[in-house]
Design a protein around this ligand. Structure first.
Ligand code: ADP
Ligand code: MG
Length: 574
């Protein structure tokens, strides 16, 4: 029993790092400081990617995007108190999006608990509201078990955030290496299938639909159900509508994609199959007037508690989307069926798509300066590589950009998501760039930001430059939040002290040179005002695979969306 190893000592920091490594965690994002620096160093020593960020919120966003993109959680490492509190935004966002994430928080020394220790805060309790699992190991020996449980909980069932608290006194405490038992890497989530009778009933409801619609959500993207869903779309010739991050599960340019007739499709469908998309605000709760009062919903979800939220579904299919879609396909293999391509439903949808696309094209072709959103996105779309990741946030920037910028691959769009969070863009872009580097060499990351959205995490440009990630940031700059004013109106306001004090709350400083944030750290910066300048700078940015770029695109400060058919679309941000 008493071999050489019995003398070997290991620190708590090393145990945390080894447990993360054993559970297959490949990336750790964070900001070091007392008491977690040693954990970051130990992780790096084991070949885990450690990415030092500039704010814990952005670090947490980045880690959560790793979970969505790879199906295994990334980790976010933060210091006690304020560090952990900054990360709560990222945890909440991950949990709302149903994305796996591990947050490791250093906490104050156990012997000083309740004494007013440095950065003391009830961290385990605080995280409970933002996570599926929140715990502190009772000893160094218990760290591997708790980390395995956190990783497992983050990916089993409905994915989400998990928190592990590491007291400061664990970090440097050394214990006998023999006393640590690392728990084997947790298995991939078990695949669950829907009840056969429910699958049969769903198939029959679909067969009898007059105006069917498939809605593809980010749950389908997360479930890697692209192949089976595409097969279902093509075999049964069904129209489909992706949610914002469901874009790309089946390519946006697929002939059955009815994105350009979104409102129409939702409003008049009589059967809607939801593949990993909740009936929350994004889908207008599934209620009239956005839907028919008697629309039949078929819900496919891994989370039983989700089924029946806001509507009474016709059929519920509880299970993994990929497995359940294959079950549906079996039904249509047994008794082949196709939705008739000559139906009036298809005709209605096609006509609406045509007129909506024409309206966008018209706006895009406006040659007046400053540019409007449509002109900008039209020119960006022309040069976007098909396989790129598109990260986007902002109000109009994100909403209009989503309609023009196409996705052809699953899990290649990241945006403000279920929680509508602003500030996620740069963290997401950093995560996507790392995933591209390791798993999809050559793929680029284009991060399309509003000027306000950019401000929330702007200093992460330094992180991008430090790790030399060739991300292209587009800042669509209208001098404000939703809208701004031009430089001369701003100057006029400044001339009247009173008026300046009352500058509209949505205004940001006109003509801000955000591109200089990028040049400050050695990246390429462009300030563009015309379509020609935009095209040229984007071409140069795409050609430079060694360096990040930021293109600051000035648009009309009062530029708005195209006219909407429905009054509710002019107010909501959908
Ligand atoms: P969107 O924002 O695209 O509408 P949501 O985030 O609202 O999508 O919905 C995603 C849904 O997908 C969640 O209800 C989640 O439980 C579900 N989900 C996640 N992974 C799976 C899976 N593997 N199989 C089935 N459902 C899943
Ligand atoms: Mg703006």
């Amino acid at each position: 029993e008493r071999g050489d190893r019995s003398e070997e000592q290991v620190s708590g920091a090393k145990v945390v790092a080894q447990a993360l490594k054993t559970q297959g965690v490949e990336y750790v994002f964070g900001i070091v400081g007392v008491p977690v620096t040693e954990i970051a160093v130990a992780a790096q020593g084991l070949g885990i990617w450690y990415i030092g960020m500039r704010n814990e919120q952005a670090a947490c966003y980045a880690a959560s995007a790793i979970g969505y993109l790879t199906g295994r959680p990334g980790a976010c490492l933060v210091v006690s108190g304020p560090g952990l509190i900054h990360a709560l935004g990222g945890m909440a966002n991950a949990n709302m999006n149903c994305w796996p994430l591990i947050v490791i928080g250093g906490s104050s020394d156990r012997s000083q608990e309740t004494m007013g220790a440095f950065q003391e805060f009830p961290q385990v309790e605080a995280c409970r509201l933002y996570s599926k699992f929140s715990a502190r190991p009772s000893s160094i020996e218990a760290i591997p078990t708790i980390i395995e449980k956190a990783v497992r909980s983050s990916i089993y069932g409905r994915p989400g955030a998990c928190y592990v608290d590491i007291p400061a006194d664990f970090v440097n405490l050394e214990v006998n290496a023999n006393s640590i038992k690392y728990v084997e890497c947790c298995m991939p989530p078990p695949v669950s299938m829907a009840e056969t009778s429910a699958v049969r009933m769903a198939a029959s409801v679909i067969r009898n639909a007059k105006q069917p619609l498939l809605v593809i959500g980010k749950g389908a993207a997360y479930a890697r159900a692209e192949e089976s869903i595409r097969k279902l779309v093509e075999q049964c010739k069904l129209p489909f509508l992706p949610t914002p991050m469901g874009k790309g599960v089946v390519p946006d340019n697929h002939p059955n994609c009815v994105r350009a007739a979104r409102s129409r499709a939702l409003q008049f469908a009589d059967v809607i199959v939801l593949f990993g998309a909740r009936l929350n605000w994004i889908l207008h709760f599934g209620l009239p007037p956005r839907y028919q009062p008697d629309v039949k919903f078929i819900q496919v979800d891994i989370c039983a508690e989700e089924l029946g939220n806001n509507v009474r579904p016709a059929v519920t299919l509880l299970g993994d989307i990929n497995a359940v879609t294959k079950q549906l396909l079996e039904q249509f293999d047994k008794t082949p069926w196709q939705y008739p391509p000559e139906s009036t439903w298809w005709k209605t949808l096609r006509e609406k798509m045509k007129s909506n696309e024409a309206a966008s094209k018209e706006l895009a072709s406006k040659i007046s300066l400053p540019m409007n959103y449509y002109t900008v996105f039209y020119h960006v779309q022309e040069q976007l590589p098909r396989d790129c990741f598109v990260v986007s946030e902002g109000a109009n920037t994100m909403d209009i950009g989503r309609t023009v910028l196409q996705n052809y691959l699953p899990r290649h769009r990241l945006d403000a998501g279920t929680f509508g969070t602003m500030g996620v863009g740069l963290g997401f872009a950093i995560a996507a760039a790392l995933v591209a580097k390791d798993r999809h060499p050559g793929q680029r990351v284009i991060c399309v930001e509003g000027d306000s959205a950019f401000g929330f995490s702007g200093m992460e440009v330094e992180t991008i430059c430090r790790y030399n990630l060739p991300i292209i940031l587009l800042v669509v700059n209208n001098n404000g939040i939703y809208q701004g004013v031009d430089a001369s109106s701003w100057k006029e306001m400044l001339n009247f002290r009173e008026a300046a004090a009352m500058a509209p709350p949505f205004c940001l400083l006109p003509n801000s040179h955000y591109e200089q944030v990028m040049t400050a750290f050695g990246g390429n910066g462009y300030f563009v005002q015309t379509p020609e300048e935009l095209r040229k700078s984007l071409r140069q940015s795409l050609a430079d695979t060694a360096k990040p770029s930021l293109i600051n695109i000035m648009i009309e400060p009062q530029a708005m969306r195209k006219a909407q058919d429905f009054h509710w679309l002019t107010r909501s941000n959908m």
